[in-house]
Design a protein. Structure first.
Length: 678
């Protein structure tokens, strides 16, 4: 079909089915080519990245809806190529870079932008020799990890600003080889490419130690590594001696556990050398160890990152995917999982999650690194393994199947990991959530029949999820309610435990439910809401159980009465049966609209008491607020009416039903009744 075409370009790919009249957009297909990726301290934390030939973005790593859509991301500072640096103490202020040494300060509150370039001299058409400062296409911009007012930018020297780019100072000598033979105009012979994109002898990576303020590392695109051990100290060339010349220092990662440690990722693919180059130092670069064992020989390395929680846990991004090491780089293992085979351009770790920037398949995230943070591999641990659950926030959200053009959301509530040996996958498992006093909040099991209590277990890794809700109120088959909820109240902030029971073994791991960080925490209001919803659900459940009892009694009575010819029963017994049926039918129809057979029937048949009370559950669970005074008054009025119905039922159950059964026995009616043949 010649109307179907695909075009690949500098920003990705687009598809047409109508000969080019309309094309798909970058928004509905995950083909973005990202450069560097960073995060901020907003809740939920946001991911920042620049995408080739498209905008920079910042995107929530999770939403409080069913999926991550374009409503949850926006353009931010800088342009397609640059590093992005959100201000640590105010992430609404973001700095971003672009080619030509351009640096933009963007205030997301107001939308106002300010250019704060180190040296705002337009280099267009000139080779790098025409620039006072050699800024390359993807030059480093970053904030200090210790002082939120200190901003760094790298050209061929390192610049520092203490006033958000109002002014800059140079705090290093030239940290490149400064080879003038490599500074002429680029491109040609027909068209040159002097946009500063191909400038050479520049800084390509800069990082500050997370442990010691003022300890700075810098790497150049012409193969040099430098360290400054503190404010006022001199810069030292600590390039790994066996690193081939002219390698590009693509990433630097100061060790979060060792003040003298650092990791280096370098590439030489531009010279036709596709080998990986990763190094580790533990003495400020006085000595280096190559750490590439296990990585494919043509998987050249772009980035290495160290886990801030577990020492020795490393991740490496290569041209052909992702690797992990649990022994500080002694051995690497492929960590592709479901990640496409794609160049990994950068990695970031935040709140126990790993964020992956790719060149052609967008952004990916692994939400929970807990198993990798436990010493010893899962396969080496016998029996059932329950990993420590991460603390969870009391926020809404879900992980429903993502629509086209949307990202998969982080599920709300608890999401715990456990591992089951293959020989146990057919066994019976029970799961419990316990509160701080050890009381059971909810239970599930592999053998349970109720859908809401059923849990499946497979051999290997399993996820256990809990949406933080207490058990729902009781319903019944065929129940139709209008704008009402039977959901249980959401767990209050506090300490809970996940318990897994298998044979004689019981594994218990505690975790915390944390309040929503976005709003002031009012524990009294949450407790009032929890108590209100619990009381509403308890009364709705009691009423619905009564409906079940009423329907069971009616069915029994009608079946029993149908066994006899009318003239074989006494008039008093028939009158008593009729009175019971009439009374319980009245109770039933006051509690629930029995005419409802489809979801739209409540438009014709007025809803009854349990629907009205369950409606309050739907209303008063919205937001972390105490119930309104009028909601309490409506609840109390409805409960009084329901209690009156329940009292009528209790009177029948303890009065007329008792008399009915007694009269049956007195009249000597047969338990087994065989009707005569006609």
């Amino acid at each position: 079909d010649p109307r179907r075409m695909i075009i690949g370009d500098d920003g990705g790919a687009q598809v047409t089915y109508d000969g080019g009249e309309t094309w798909t957009t970058y928004h509905n297909q995950p083909t973005a080519q990202f450069y560097r990726v960073v995060t901020d301290d907003h809740f939920p934390f946001r991911i920042y990245a620049a995408q080739q030939d498209n905008s920079t973005i910042r995107i929530q790593h999770r939403s409080f809806e069913g999926a991550i859509t374009d409503r949850h991301w926006e353009e931010t500072a800088g342009c397609e190529c640059g590093h992005i640096a959100p201000k640590p103490d105010d992430p609404e202020i973001v700095f971003g870079g672009c080619y030509g040494g351009f640096i933009q300060r963007l205030d997301h509150r107001t939308g106002l932008s300010r250019v704060v370039s180190v040296w705002p001299d337009n280099p267009m058409g000139h080779g790098v020799e025409g620039m006072r400062y050699r800024f390359q296409w993807n030059f480093p911009i970053l904030f200090s990890r210790h002082d939120p007012d200190v901003l760094y930018a790298g050209s061929h020297v390192l610049h520092r600003s203490r006033d958000q780019g109002e002014s800059w100072e140079v705090i290093s000598p030239d940290l490149t080889r400064n080879d003038t033979t490599r500074m002429g105009p680029s491109g040609g012979p027909i068209t040159r490419d002097n946009t500063s994109v191909e400038y050479y002898c520049t800084l390509f990576a800069v990082a500050e130690s997370p442990r010691t303020q003022g300890v700075l590392w810098a790497g150049s695109d012409d193969g040099l590594v430098w360290v400054r051990k503190g404010e006022g100290a001199s810069w030292q060339n600590v390039t790994p001696p066996d690193l081939p010349e002219w390698a590009q220092i693509n990433a630097l990662e100061p060790d979060p556990h060792d003040p003298a440690g650092c990791y280096v990722a370098a590439t030489r693919y531009k010279s036709g050398d596709y080998r990986p180059y990763l190094y580790r130092t533990r003495d400020y670069g006085n000595s280096w160890t190559a750490i590439t064992t296990g990585i494919g020989m043509e998987h050249f390395t772009r980035v290495v990152r160290a886990d801030p929680d577990r020492q020795g846990l490393l991740f490496a991004g290569t041209e052909s995917g992702l690797y992990v090491s649990v022994d500080d780089g002694v051995r690497w293992h492929p960590f592709q999982q479901n990640l496409p085979v794609v160049p990994v351009t950068d990695l970031a770790l935040k709140d126990g999650a790993l964020i992956v920037a790719t060149q052609g398949r967008g952004l990916w995230i692994m939400d929970d690194l807990t198993p990798l943070r436990i010493p010893g591999l899962v396969k080496d641990q016998p029996g059932l393994t329950l990993f420590p659950p991460r603390d969870v926030f009391r926020v809404p959200g879900s992980a429903t199947p993502s629509p086209a053009g949307a990202g998969t959301n982080h599920p709300a509530g608890l999401r715990a990991l456990f591992h089951v040996p293959k020989e146990w996958e057919k066994d019976t498992f029970d799961f419990q959530i316990l509160d701080a006093k050890g009381a059971v909040v909810r239970t599930w099991g592999t053998h349970r029949k109720a859908k809401e209590e059923k849990r499946e277990v497979a051999a290997g890794a399993n996820h256990f999820s809990w949406d933080l809700q207490y058990p729902p109120s009781q319903g019944f088959e065929g129940m139709i309610l209008w704008w009402a909820s039977l959901d249980g109240p959401v767990a209050l902030p506090g300490t809970y435990s996940l318990c897994i029971i298998h044979r004689e073994d019981t594994l218990i791991r505690p975790f915390r439910v944390l309040p929503d960080p976005r709003i002031p925490h009012d524990s009294v209001a949450l407790e009032d809401q929890f108590r209100f919803l619990s009381e509403v659900n308890a009364k709705v459940g009691e009423a619905h159980r009564t409906l079940g009892e009423i329907r069971e009694i009616r069915q029994q009575m009608r079946q029993w009465m149908a066994r006899y010819e009318p003239d074989s029963l006494s008039d008093s017994l028939k009158d008593l049966a009729g009175r019971i049926d009439s009374t319980i039918t009245l109770v039933e129809t006051r509690l629930y609209q029995t005419k409802n057979e489809s979801p739209q029937d409540p438009l014709n048949f007025p809803i009854r008491l349990t629907n009205k009370l369950a409606h309050l559950n739907s209303l008063m669970r919205q937001g972390p607020y105490r119930p309104t005074r009028q909601a309490v008054e409506v609840r109390d009025a409805l409960i009084r009416d329901i209690d009156a119905c329940l009292a009528d039922w209790a009177a029948v159950r303890t009065g007329d039903l008792v008399r009915f059964n007694r009269q049956i026995r007195e009249e000597g009616l047969d338990v087994i009744r065989v009707k005569p043949k006609p």
